[in-house]
Write a protein that binds this ligand. Sequence first.
Ligand code: ZN
Ligand code: ZN
Length: 295
Amino acid sequence: MLPTLLIILWALVMIALERRFPYQRQPFLRREFWTDLFWFSTVFSVLMGFLAARFIIPAIDQVTGWSATRGIREWPLWSQVLVSLLTHDLFIYLFHRAMHVNRYLWRLHEAHHSTPDVDWIGGSRGHVFENLITGTAELAPIVLFMSPEVAAIKSVIDACWGMWIHANIDWDMGKLKYVINGPYMHRWHHAREVHDVNFATKFSFWDWLLGTAYLPDRKPESYGLDVDWPQNIVVQQAFAFRRFQPKAVLRPRGPEEAARLHRGDPEFVGPAEAYRRRMQPEVVEPRQQERSIAA
Ligand SMILES: [Zn+2]
Ligand SMILES: [Zn+2]
C-alpha cells in the first residue's frame, strides 16, 4: 500500500512541475493518454511482475538452487538497494543499446518509442516481452540473493525514476546531469531525428563514460517512430512480429536496408556513418558542441 501511495504522490509532483515548468508545450490529456495510464502503467506492469515472480524466477531457482545460498541478504538494506540499482542499471544500459542495434530486438523495443508526446506517463510504454525480460533481469537477483524489502523499495524507485526521465519538465540539472539521468537527456533518446543516443535509464554516467551521450543546445523537434504505429493495443503488441518489409519503413534499420533504399543518392551516408558523425558533433556542429560542454 505504501509503495503505491508514494508512486501516486510522485506522479502528482511530476504533473505539477510539468504544468509549471514545461519543456515543450503539450496538453495534459494528450494522444493515447488513457492507453498509457490503464494498459501500460497498470495492467501490463502488474501482469508482467506476476508472471516473473510466480513462474519465471521459481523456474530459474529450481534449475540453479540459488535462493538457498546466503547471497547478500545479511548486508545493510541500503547497500543491497545500491547493488541492485547499479548492476541492473548497467544491464539495462547494455541491453537497451543492443535493442537499438539488433533489428529483431528493436522490434520489441520500438513500442517504448511509439509515443509522439513524451511525458511523465509516456515512459511506461513498452512491449510486454521487453518488459518481461527487463523485469525478470531486475527481480530475479533480488528474489534469489537479496532481502524481500529490496523489491518493494526498487519498485518505487523504478516507477518514480521512469516518470522523471520522461517528464516534460524544463530543468537542465547543471553538473548533476553527468551523474543522474533526466528529461534533457532522455527526451533526446525519444527524438525522432536522433534515437540512438543516451541509452542510460537511471545513471547518465554510463553514456558519458561509454561515448553515447548527446546533449545539444536545442530541443528535439518531434518524438516517436517513422512507422505507421497502430492505435489498437492488441495490434500494437502483435506489430512487433510483422514481416520485415524495408519499403514500409521510412527510417532505414541497418546499413543493408539503408543502402537498398538510397541507391544512387549521392548525399546519403549509411546509419553507421551517420551515428559516428552524431557522436562527433564538433565536426558537424562546432558551436553547439562548445556550448554544451560549457553548460
Ligand atoms: Zn530506446
Ligand atoms: Zn524512454
